[in-house]
Structure formats: structure tokens, C-alpha cells
Design a protein around this ligand. Structure first.
Ligand code: KIV
Length: 273
């Protein structure tokens, strides 16, 4: 019996809530292109984040700030064409929601209409509440992002752990409660103490997805290029590497070069008669 696309049960924001309610952890990874998104969707990932980390890992920028809305839509539409099951969340990039809620709504609508993605993600708490409210009122699900928010890297000055001090921890908890009240369907917590993430996940009903936030949250997200070992130099404490694609690719490419140079490739069976 063959499985048709229409037989596959798609992940929805409501299912993520049910997963939290029954204690099933949510798996989330980034993807930015058709081929990689297809592999991780077929492997069974729950959520694919078209992160603005594309700015770093795809385009080679030092920060996430330079990536544009058009570029995010290009990445997101490539991902959406590949998926059968996963929920696709897209980062609204820096500069496309901070100035006012009308611009934020226009950006979210462009992402939804032009890429076919299912939801958007935005960094920040009370500062962006009008925009979050307006986007959700228009029917677009929003995932929040608190803690280390890379779009504010020049304000923080470093990528070290956030909210270690009481005041910042309290503000983060208040922001998480606010995002829940505004109707966000989930929140990413990045690089904060495990004990604080645990408190947020216990006090907030919507799913809390961690990256560098310890094990006591409702799900985990990693940048795919990091967990596959493509980004070779990047080795933060929170990262678990599942393979070493950098070495695997280097070895394959070196052998290919050798075979071309020695005229071993192509051989007869790889040639047309
Ligand atoms: O852009 C991204 O990849 C992210 C994750 C680090 C959560 O926002």
C-alpha cells in the first residue's frame, strides 16, 4: 500500500499544545532549502524553523541583521515545497517589524502569502506587543523568542548566557506571560539558565522550546548546520553534534579531486557508449 501526501497527518499549532499537555517533547530544527527540509521532514521532525540564522550559515554574515524579508521568503518557499508533515515557522527579519505594527503585519502577510509557511517568529517581549497582537488578530500564528535574541546582539554586546541576574530573569518571565496572554502559540527560549527555563515552562501553558535552555522545557531546537557538524568552528556548550558532515564532505571532495586528476573518474561504466 502506498502512502499519499494527503494521508500524512500534518503538525499544527494545536497539536504542539496537545504534545505539551501530554508531556511529549517537541522536536524542531532549522532548514533553509528544499533538499535539507525534505530530508528532515521525512525523518519526522515536528517543526521546521526557517531561521534568520540563514544570514550566518547560508550567506556567511557575522550576524542575523543583514538578511532581508525577500531573502527569508525565498528560503521559506523553498522549504515549504519540500514538506509533507512538519509545521513551518519563519523568522520575521530584523527591521521588518520593530518600527510599527502596520509594517509588522505587512511583513507577516507577505511571508504567509508568498512562501506558504504556517506561522512566524518574532524576537522580544513587551516592546513588540502591539505588533504581536495585530499579527495574531489577522489570523497568523506567532511564536515568541526571548532570552538571547540575536537581532539585538549589538545591544547585548556578546553571545553569553542571558537572564542570570534577578532583574533580567523577572523581566523574561513577565514577557513570557505577556506573549502567552497575547495569544502566541509557543515561545523559544535561547541561552538562559536551565532553572529559569524550567520555571517558565511550568508557569506558562503554551509550549516552551529551548536552545541552550536545559532539559526542563517542552521541546528543543538546534540550527541544523550546527548539529550536523557543518559549522565546524562553532562549539557552544549547549550544542550536541550528531555527525561530522564537514569532515565527511571534505573527504568525499578530496577523493573526487584525486579521481579526476588521476583520470580514474569517469570509468567505462560511468560513460555513454
Ligand atoms: O534563527 C534561528 O536559527 C533561531 C534559532 C536559534 C532559535 O532563531
Amino acid at each position: 500500500m502506498s502512502i499519499h501526501k494527503s494521508d500524512i497527518k500534518k503538525i499544527t499549532t494545536h497539536q504542539l499544545q496537545e504534545m505539551k499537555n501530554r508531556g511529549e517533547k517537541i522536536s524542531m530544527l532549522t532548514a533553509y532549502d528544499y533538499s535539507m527540509a525534505g530530508i528532515i521532514d521525512k525523518a519526522g521532525i515536528d517543526v521546521i524553523l526557517v531561521g534568520d540564522s540563514a544570514s550566518n550559515v547560508m550567506a556567511g554574515h557575522e550576524t542575523t541583521l543583514p538578511i532581508t524579508l525577500d531573502q527569508m521568503i525565498y528560503h521559506a518557499s523553498s522549504v515549504v515545497r519540500a514538506i509533507d508533515r512538519s509545521l513551518v515557522v519563519v523568522d520575521i527579519p530584523f527591521g521588518n517589524y520593530q518600527s510599527n505594527s502596520s509594517e509588522a503585519l505587512r511583513s507577516a502577510i507577505r511571508i504567509m502569502k508568498e512562501s506558504g509557511a504556517h506561522c512566524v517568529k518574532m524576537e522580544g517581549g513587551s516592546e513588540i506587543q502591539e505588533s504581536v497582537k495585530r499579527i495574531i488578530s489577522a489570523g497568523v500564528p506567532v511564536m515568541g523568542h526571548l532570552g538571547l535574541t540575536p537581532q539585538s546582539i549589538f545591544k547585548f554586546g556578546t553571545y553569553t548566557v542571558r537572564a542570570k541576574e534577578e532583574a533580567e530573569a523577572e523581566k523574561l518571565l513577565e514577557d513570557a506571560k505577556l506573549l502567552e496572554e497575547l495569544g502566541c502559540f509557543a515561545i523559544v527560549l535561547e541561552k538562559i539558565p536551565s532553572s529559569l527555563a524550567k520555571r517558565v515552562a511550568e508557569e506558562i501553558k503554551i509550549p516552551i522550546i529551548g536552545i541552550g535552555a536545559g532539559p526542563h522545557v517542552d521541546g528543543q531546537v538546534l540550527v541544523m548546520h550546527d548539529m550536523l557538524g557543518i559549522t565546524h568552528e562553532f562549539r557552544p556548550r549547549f550544542l550536541r553534534r550528531y555527525t561530522d558532515i564537514h569532515n565527511i564532505m571534505t573527504d568525499a571532495v578530496s577523493r573526487y579531486i584525486e579521481d579526476v586528476k588521476s583520470n580514474d573518474f569517469p570509468n567505462e561504466s560511468e560513460s555513454y557508449q
